[in-house]
Ligand binder design. Structure first.
Ligand code: TMP
Length: 221
């Protein structure tokens, strides 16, 4: 059984990734593969409860390290119950946010040591958790935050200031620079039809190469 592909969507709050998820899904489905669509934090009943704890501005918010441990607890549950088994049975997975969000938000945003995140990543996912492909929606922070404010009902991360969101953006930039072959950078400030064209132009050759076996699934596996 060939392992399914793990494709993730990443970007700051209001970057535009979720609005394009349906389009990415259609392009994947056109490959004739089975697809699990999911998101983080969340994706299982327990992980959705943890999502509430992490993101709700009400109640007793977790401090930074507790927040990090909570997102990884949710991720472990999601990985073991849903993502891992799907990939093992050949199903492709499209996940709206994954580990790169933790590096950007808890690492660059909260200022927690990257080494802690790398250790937890290894502990929770082993070597199998590296996405095959990540679409990173890169959007100027002022534009992204305008979008967020228009949506109303801001979560704990969205309530943070401009500097914090700039740090998250630079955290993503570091991830991209460290692993350029995995990332496709999408300019999230462009009009939707231009974004779609960019996504299609980036995914089509990648899917073709995967189908013909031109690219190893993941040289590190
Ligand atoms: P979303 O519904 O737009 O995906 O929002 C989820 C929020 O959770 C977003 O503000 C980023 C945050 N988040 C983290 O802080 N760490 C993580 O590991 C993940 C997956 C998300």
């Amino acid at each position: 059984m060939t392992r399914g592909r793990l494709i993730t969507l990443e970007g700051g709050d209001g970057a535009g990734k979720t609005s394009q998820a349906g389009w990415v899904r259609d392009l994947i489905r056109a490959q004739g593969v089975s697809l699990l669509e999911t998101h983080e934090p969340g994706g299982t009943p327990l992980a959705e409860t943890i999502r509430e704890w992490v993101l709700s501005p009400a109640g007793d918010p977790p401090e930074a390290m507790a927040e990090l441990l909570l997102v990884f607890a949710a991720r472990r549950q999601h990985w073991v119950q849903r993502i891992g088994p799907a990939l093992e049975s050949g199903i492709w997975v499209l996940c709206d946010r994954f580990v790169d969000s933790t590096y950007a938000y808890q690492g660059a945003g909260r200022g927690l040591p990257i080494a802690w995140i790398a250790m937890l990543e290894h502990w929770v996912l082993g070597s199998a958790g590296r996405p095959d492909l990540t679409l990173y929606f890169d959007t100027p922070v002022d534009l992204a935050l305008d979008r967020v404010r228009q949506r109303g009902r801001l979560n704990r991360m969205e309530r943070e200031g401009l500097d914090w969101h700039e740090r998250v953006r630079s955290g993503y930039q570091s991830r991209l620079e460290a692993d350029p072959g995995r990332f496709i950078r999408i300019e999230g400030g462009l009009p939707p039809e231009k974004i779609r064209a960019m996504i299609e132009a980036a995914l089509t050759p990648r899917f073709r190469a995967w189908a013909s076996g031109d690219l190893p699934q993941d040289p590190s596996r």
